[in-house]
Design a protein around this ligand. Sequence first.
Ligand code: NAD
Length: 355
Amino acid sequence: MTQNILLLPGDGIGPEIMAQAVRVLEKLKTDGLDIRWDDALIGGCAVDATGVPFPPETLAKCMAADAVLLGAVGGPQYDVLPREQRPERGLLAIRKEMQVFANLRPAVVYPELVEASTLKPEVVAGLDIIIVRELVGDIYFGEPRGIEIRNGERVGFNTMIYSESEIRRIAHSAFKTAQKRNKKLCSVDKMNVLECTQLWRDVMIEVSAEYPDVELSHMLVDNAAMQLVRNPKQFDVMVTGNMFGDILSDAASMVAGSIGMLPSASIDANGKGLYEPIHGSAPDIAGKNLANPLAMILSVGMMLRHSLNQVAAADCVDAAVKKVLAQGYRTGDIMTAGGLKVGTVEMGDAVLAVL
Ligand code: NAD
């Protein structure tokens, strides 16, 4: 049966890197993969066209698709808009509407890019970890929230909240992810201060009984941040809540080197997912053929693997990215001594040539 992909290029470098991802999809389709795609608006371009960052037509197309591929959203011109109209609200909305609660963020150091990390080569060489971040709950969505006047001064407040069932479902995703890898899962919380994360730890321990082959450990988030830059290779899979995961996964991405190399997957209970590079819309380099399209192309790989069940095609895409790095092709963000500096389109050409 034909599998339907929805493309959401978004803003800034989004359309440029999406164009390279589409070339990869076209090649896979020519080679026999039964896929078709459509596109829609999200983020700033959607605000410009419709007044809202996540229009109802886009939501309808997301619901009808088998997988959604997103570029990036946002730009300085939108920062003055009321909060509900900001492009980033579109991102929160799509995640919430699709109920993609499990965000998988691999941080992999390719041998050719060891020098791109700011950490010492011996600390990062061979790094291959995944952070599983809960994506649709926690303090980012908790109510009540707001800024109001109390006792004559402004008070800002948010609510950190997780239900047992929300923790349980992300726990299962994390344990299953660990089962496919080195069977080590580290759950990150702040149970010494926050009751919400005491429950997180309790439920993680309960669920671990169903996965006797996976070794579960726990770490407080402050220590986890430290350990990620001290000795990241001690980890295999880490699982944590939305806010801690937001911060830790960005730290992990820098450990891995360029932000332009890292894809992500956000998956719902049925395996349907939203796939996107972890970086933003990079307005500083948009429209200049400077953006690295590899995180976007690796997101296609994750989509093929996790939602479309096309493991062989996913392996091909991942291998093609490895090969172009081995061949020396580099965009500016991952440029290393002796590398062959190319732009967005030329990096796409190189991947296509290998594919
Ligand atoms: P950013 O990730 O867009 O850029 C950070 C730095 O990394 C910039 O110097 C940029 O040039 C560089 N960079 C990012 N992606 C790159 C790539 N593929 N190739 C080469 N260099 C790359 O983060 P920012 O500057 O903080 O945010 C810019 C806009 O993106 C903001 O509006 C922000 O809200 C939005 N944003 C969107 C997402 C998303 O769509 N998922 C994520 C983060 C930020």
